[in-house]
Write a protein that binds this ligand. Structure first.
Ligand SMILES: [Zn+2]
Length: 753
């Protein structure tokens, strides 16, 4: 049965193997055992019930709490060629009947339903007509009053499941559930001796960073500019600040939208849609945004303010990188955030005990922001995970190489000034005195007569304020709670003033753009995806995920056979989009070849690909005959315009000459190394490699051993033995980074496997 699951995974979803965690859950369900699966965001929770649904007889009922999410999931399934639909309050009664009728005729394998529906007697009667063999309950923690997200409508599930005349198989799925909640889920849903699986909470593809004392607005603007082509969410503490930041970013040319509970329903809806469809790249929002957002290619989540606890933080930050590709989670800390959160807890109507608990959780978050240990370890420990590595090498503490500067003298000036102002004023006022302001209020209080007045006059006012905030963050100073926080000295500051301790500040890093090399072909493919998505009115990631496009741009598939080797390309998508994406790759390659696109890090093996003869008997004589016709400088001609629709003139002129990849191979046969060929032909090493592969596929005899490092051959073969040859990505993933794509292709070609 499990082989069948793999087959379905490959055929519909285009992946060659399951992720950790998915396999066990699927095996359990296929055995017919009720199953509770706790899988964190990004672990591929949905596939764990969609695959069994495709294998079981009849229809699978999926209970899902969020209408918007339901539609996205169904849209995505339909794209994969999976027959699915949903029924919820957004449909008319007539439409509901039509869908039920179709379900009865077996037209859908998956039927998504909101829990509220199950209350209706009529609806339940309709369901009786269906052959429901499996019920999957998403967000199962909503059934428990102990959970953080209890929904009363979920209480109808238990009675509903019992009302079947036979007992359907039940799978309960959630991203988080404490032990207490797990017990409750099993009880409420009446799971029968279930298997329970918990996938670890770690998300290795996410990097975590905290930043203290940064100029937040400027930092974010710079960051958003550097990541202009990527989707990101910026969480902001209050509605007013959301409005401010969104306006600021928009004025500075960033395509930013906003979302908070103070906006009109339609506005929010529109904003959310714009984000899903990549019409805007940055979403500035309060924590009201995110529930039910299934966008898999969010590349970064920035917290403009510190959230109230780690649960909230990890859930929000976790919306980055759900496709398993790298995601950045940044938290910009400022001491005022602590003051605000304390104030909010204070304002609640909770009992004192609950308040204390909330304060304790808040402190956990503050500690995270100040920790110099591995941030990932800090998070996972908080959630009670054990056996965690000391260092993850993918967080701002593990990778901290910033320069430290000694700011002891400045700190002493600030401390002295605060003492002279009798620790009764806020950051702004202290900064103004240090700057030497002569405002009426300052003269009135006679602060202009203090010895510290104006001793930092050469530093911009905002910088002085930032320095003071930094000293608060580092526990030299403290901010009182209340509406007008006052800054006071802590014991650490006293020792600095005495000269017993020094103050170091790390230079705030500038935002940097990672993975610079992704741009270019990847970018073009994304644009194409956006166009298609608009035409079909689905979110772009539903067409192909980012990682699929990235692999496409790295591997440059040459035809549909090589296209299906790419992860995320299943049969339906191959048929629907294969040719159009191949076409785009070819266009791009022609532009590179003609010098229209600046960088040349992709293969140009598409040029004239259509005219290729298949057998090498025709090719070989031509290779020899045409030797003198090779024109290595043909693509150095100057750029005239972008994207000419006609075939480039150089291509026409070289019609009778050797094809580009053949020229490369000829040079190789003449004794040039691949590097030398790249230089001579002014293309990248990758292009040269792909030329060789191309010649091999044409049927030429290639000395593959030349290109396979001797110690890697056995490793590649072993990897192929383990994961098969259908997709290249799983093979690559099993091997260390030193093993190049080219080596894998060379081994596959050598053994014709
Ligand atoms: Zn770390």
């Amino acid at each position: 049965m499990f082989e069948k699951a793999l087959e379905v995974l490959e055929r519909y979803f285009g992946y060659a193997q399951f992720r950790d965690g998915q396999q066990k859950v699927i095996e359990s369900l296929l055995r017919g055992t009720d199953t509770l699966a706790i899988m964190p965001t990004g672990a591929g929770k949905s596939l764990a019930y969609q695959i069994p649904a495709l294998l079981f007889e009849g229809t699978t009922l999926v209970i899902s709490p969020l209408i918007s999410l339901m539609k996205d999931q169904v849209d995505a399934l339909v794209q994969y060629g999976v027959p699915a639909t949903f029924i919820n309050s957004s449909l008319s009664l007539k439409e509901v009947r039509v869908r039920i009728e179709k379900a009865r005729c077996g037209e859908y394998k998956l039927l998504y339903v909101a829990p509220e529906r199950l209350e209706s007697e009529g609806f339940r009667a309709l369901l009786e007509l269906l052959n429901v063999s499996f019920v999957a309950i998403d967000e199962a923690h909503c059934v428990s009053q102990w959970g953080h997200d209890f929904r009363p409508s979920y209480l109808h599930l238990g009675p509903f499941l019992k009302s079947f005349t036979y007992k359907p198989l039940i799978g309960a799925f959630t991203a988080t559930a404490t032990e207490e909640v797990q017990v409750d889920i099993i009880k409420q849903l009446g799971l029968n001796a279930p298997d329970i699986f918990a996938t670890g909470l770690d998300r290795p593809n996410l990097s975590f960073s905290t930043l203290r004392g940064a100029k937040k607005k400027e930092f974010i603007l710079e960051y958003a500019r550097l990541h202009a082509d990527q989707s990101g969410i910026i969480y902001v503490g209050t509605r007013k600040e959301v409005d401010n930041l969104q306006t600021f970013l928009s004025k500075n040319g960033i395509r930013a939208g906003k979302y908070h509970a103070g906006m009109k329903e339609e506005e929010r809806q529109q904003s959310q849609e714009d984000f899903l469809f990549d019409e805007i790249t940055v979403m500035v929002a309060t924590n009201a945004f995110g529930m039910g957002i299934d966008k898999s290619n969010v590349r970064y989540v920035i917290h403009y303010n510190m959230p109230k606890n780690m649960e909230a933080y990890y859930q929000e930050a976790g919306r980055a990188g759900r496709d398993g590709e790298p995601g950045e989670c940044l938290l910009l800390f400022s001491p005022q955030d602590v003051v605000l959160q304390r104030y909010l807890i204070d304002q609640t109507i909770f009992q004192q005990e609950r308040k204390n608990n909330e304060l304790k959780k808040l402190q956990g978050m503050v500690d995270y922001c100040h920790s110099s240990r591995c941030l990932r370890k800090t998070i996972l420990e908080y959630f009670g995970e054990e056996a965690i590595h000391e260092e993850c090498n993918n967080c701002s503490n593990c990778n901290d190489v910033r320069e430290k500067i000694d700011i002891t003298v400045e700190a002493q000036k600030i401390f002295s000034c605060i003492i002279r102002m009798r620790e009764r004023f806020g950051i702004g006022m202290v900064a103004e005195v240090l700057k030497g302001s002569r405002k009426a209020k300052i003269r009135e209080l006679r602060f202009d007569e203090l010895s510290t007045h104006g001793i930092m006059h050469d530093i911009p006012l905002q910088d002085i304020k930032d320095r003071i905030s930094f000293l608060v963050a580092e526990n030299f100073l403290q901010l009182s709670s209340g509406e007008y926080p006052v800054v006071k000295l802590l014991p650490n500051a006293v020792s600095v003033n005495k000269g017993d301790a020094k103050v170091w500040q790390k230079v705030t890093p500038q935002p940097v753009r990672k993975n610079e090399e992704e741009i270019n072909l990847f970018d073009q493919l994304r644009k194409l995806r956006t166009e298609l998505a608009r035409r079909e009115n689905v979110p772009p990631y539903v067409i192909f995920a980012d990682n699929t496009l990235r692999e496409m741009s790295q591997l440059c598939p040459i035809d549909l056979q090589s296209m299906i080797r790419i992860s995320g390309v299943g049969e339906k998508k191959l048929a629907k989009y294969g040719s159009i994406f191949l076409e785009e790759v070819r266009n791009f390659c022609e532009e590179v070849k003609n010098g229209i696109v600046g960088r040349q890090d992709i293969s140009e093996n598409y040029v004239e690909a259509n005219k290729l003869p298949n057998s090498n008997s025709q090719l070989l004589p031509k290779l020899i005959k045409s030797q003198e016709e090779i024109d290595l400088t043909q693509h150095h001609s100057p750029v005239v315009s972008r994207r000419t629709k006609q075939a480039p003139s150089s291509a026409k002129a070289s019609k009778d000459k050797l094809l580009s990849h053949q020229q490369t191979f000829l040079l190789y046969q003449e004794g040039y190394s691949l590097d030398e060929i790249a230089k001579v032909r002014n293309v990248t090493a990758l292009t040269v490699q792909q030329h060789i592969v191309r010649c091999g596929l044409d049927g030429q005899a290639i000395p593959w051993d030349d290109f396979i490092p001797i110690e890697q051959e056995a490793l590649v073969l072993e990897a192929v033995r383990r994961v098969g040859r259908e997709k290249l990505r799983p093979i690559k993933d099993l091997l260390s980074d030193e093993v190049e794509w080219f080596t894998i292709q060379a081994v596959l070609e050598k053994y014709k496997i």
